[in-house]
Structures are given as C-alpha cells and as structure tokens.
Design a binder for this molecule. Structure first.
Ligand code: MTE
Ligand code: MO
Length: 338
C-alpha cells in the first residue's frame, strides 16, 4: 500500500520526467481535488493544492464553499484546533498566546468578501509570466465569521512604534521557498471589518481554506488573507519577508508588459482593482439568434461598483447593464444585460 501523498508525489515526478502525459496527470489529479471536497474544480497543481473555479460555478453571489477557489504556495499543514495557539508579540505591551476557544469568545463579526488571487488571469498575459496559469476563476465570494483582529491587538496593547502587523502561518515551505509571512499596515489591521476567521459560509472553515484560524483582510488581494494563522508580530518597520519585500509588488508607473522595473519603483499591491467577469453565457457557448442575456459580476476591492457598461461591438459603443442582487462593501456586484 502506498499513501495518497506518495502516489501524488510519484505522479508529479513521473510527469516531470516525461514518463506520463499531462493528460494522465489531470485524470489522476481528480482524487486530489476530491480529497478536499473540490471535485468540480480545475486542478492547476496537486501539491500544493491550487484549484480554479470554472466560471459556470460562479453564477451565485455567494460561492458555495466546495466551489471556492483554492490557492496555496505550500502543502496544507497538519492542524489540531484543540492545541492551536495564536501568538501575539513584537511591539506590544503584553505578548499573548490565544487558543481557538479564546478567539471564539471575542465578539463575532461576519464580513462578506470577494477574494481574488493577485495571479487571477495570469494565463492571458503577453508575454507569458511564470507561475500558476490561472484563467478566470481564481476569485470567489464567501461570508467569513470571526473575531476582530483589532480586538486581539487591543488585548495585547500595541506600542506607539508599531506600524505593521506581520502574519505568520503553519504551512511549511517546499524546497528553498521562504516561509509565507505577510504584513498588513496598522490602519487596515485595526479596521473593524478585518477579522481572524474560524467560519466560512456559516460552517467551520475547511482545512484547505485555512482552519482553524485565518486572516480576512477585506477588499485586498487574496494573499493578505493568511491561512493557518499562528502568529501576529507587531513591527516598527517594514517586514523583510520575501512575500512582502519582493513578492506581491507592482510598478508605480506604467511600463511595457514584461519590462524590467527597478525595486525602488515597486509598491505593495493592496486593494483589488476594478474588474468584471462574464459568467453567462459560458465561454464558447452557442446561442440561437435573438435575445441573449449576458450576466456576471464586477468588483473593485474596497471601492463600490457604481455602473457596468457592456459592449457588443468590440468596444466601439457601450450601453449600461442592470446592477442587481446583494450589495456589500467588499464584494462583487451582479450585472445583467440583454
Ligand atoms: N498560510 C498561507 N496563507 C495563504 C496562502 C498560502 O500559501 N499560505 N495563499 C494566499 C493566497 S496567494 C491567496 S489568493 C489566498 C487564497 O485563499 P483560498 O485558498 O481560501 O481561496 O490565500 C492566501 N493565504
Ligand atoms: Mo493569491
């Protein structure tokens, strides 16, 4: 008997060595998605689990948890909620170690959030960019429930010098990859909508989405929402973590696609920029001549969607779509156009 993990490692190695085809790998990777209850998702990587949501499953305001995309840089860690500790240290008056129960005893807040990976749409970049080749579905919406990050920080008492909160996690790097450490500026950390979540869509957060505790930094690109959160480190400077100092940055001025940019001219990504996604009709679908309803979602991170215009002549003219459905601060907004 070999374990599923050994099998997956073998398959990945065999594929890399060219002994099995990519098609075989995709067929064999189904069990990897099933293992996480993600049977209908597109497997972009088995280990770590990176699963994309097909746009046909993004037709509801709330994405069902089993259809919510998965993005992990590292394999899923083993967690034990009963012994989990969230340490709070650095520039604080009283360093703390909180259990999941202690987090649950704090006032509970629900924040409805559209989470999008910074790499969503990377497959369409020209020139091509290295990394997971996400198409359209590294985006989903859920209701997350947890304690306010500010309540935890207030318990520890942030010293005046503390300007950033480093977030550490339990997943361990693959090979030479640096550990996943991110930072959030104090103002966003202290915002009442920023939470340490233990529930997703009214159920305990699934392991693959960061159980037992994950950060939810609403409206900001997905990598701020650190899964398997086990330490908060208040700092008086910028984090030196690879994922802060080098990763998740963009040029502060317009450059040609693929051009090299000086590190001094790069700034951290924060709020998601405006974007839209057509979910109906499906890509490549045939429609009889006549009335066709085009529908989807538009989002803009911390900003509101005020209008969506649709063009059916390649951008020569634009007409307003109808906005509808639920409206919430950090979520996408449904649109429809006939
Ligand atoms: N600990 C940890 N947290 C993480 C990641 C990770 O690799 N490790 N990936 C981040 C990225 S890049 C994204 S887009 C979101 C995805 O969250 P999801 O898997 O629940 O959709 O989690 C973020 N949190
Ligand atoms: Mo991401």
């Amino acid at each position: 008997m070999i374990s599923r993990r050994d099998l997956l490692t073998y398959l990945a190695a065999a594929a890399a060595a060219g002994r099995i085809t990519r098609r075989d790998l995709v067929a064999q990777s189904r069990p990897a998605a099933q293992m996480y209850g993600k049977d209908q998702l597109i497997v972009r990587s088995i280990r770590p689990p990176d699963f994309e949501t097909p746009t046909a499953l993004l037709r509801t305001f709330i994405t069902p948890t089993n259809a919510f995309y998965v993005r992990s840089h590292m394999p899923v860690p083993q967690v034990d909620a009963a012994t989990w500790a969230l340490k709070v240290g650095g520039e604080v008056n009283s360093p703390l170690s909180l259990s999941v129960d202690e987090i649950r005893k704090l006032p509970a807040v629900t924040t409805t959030v559209t989470l999008e990976c910074a790499g969503n749409g990377r497959a369409f970049f020209q020139p091509a960019v290295a990394g997971i080749q996400w198409e359209k579905g590294a985006v989903s919406t859920a209701r997350f429930t947890g304690a306010r990050l500010s309540d935890v920080l207030k318990k520890a008492g942030v010293k005046t010098g503390g300007i950033n909160v480093e977030m550490h996690a339990a997943d361990r790097p693959l090979g030479t990859m640096p550990a996943f450490v991110r930072q959030v500026p104090m103002a966003k950390a202290m915002h009442p909508d920023t939470i340490i979540a233990y529930a997703m869509n009214g159920e305990p957060t699934p392991l693959v989405h960061g159980a037992p505790l994950r950060a939810i930094i609403p409206g900001w690109e997905g990598a701020y929402s650190v899964k398997w959160l086990n330490a908060l480190n208040v700092i008086a400077k910028d984090s030196e973590s690879f994922w802060v100092a080098t990763g998740y940055r963009y040029p502060t001025r317009r450059v040609a696609p693929g051009a090299a940019v000086d590190a001094k001219e790069m700034a951290p990504l924060t709020g998601l920029v405006v974007k839209s996604l057509i979910t109906t009709p499906a890509d490549g679908a045939s429609q009889p001549v006549g009335k066709v309803t085009v529908g989807g979602f538009a989002w803009a991170g911390e900003d509101d969607i005020k209008a969506v215009d649709v063009s059916i002549d390649n951008g020569a003219s634009w007409r307003p779509a109808r906005l509808g459905g639920e409206q919430a601060r950090y979520t996408w907004r449904a649109f429809e156009f006939e």
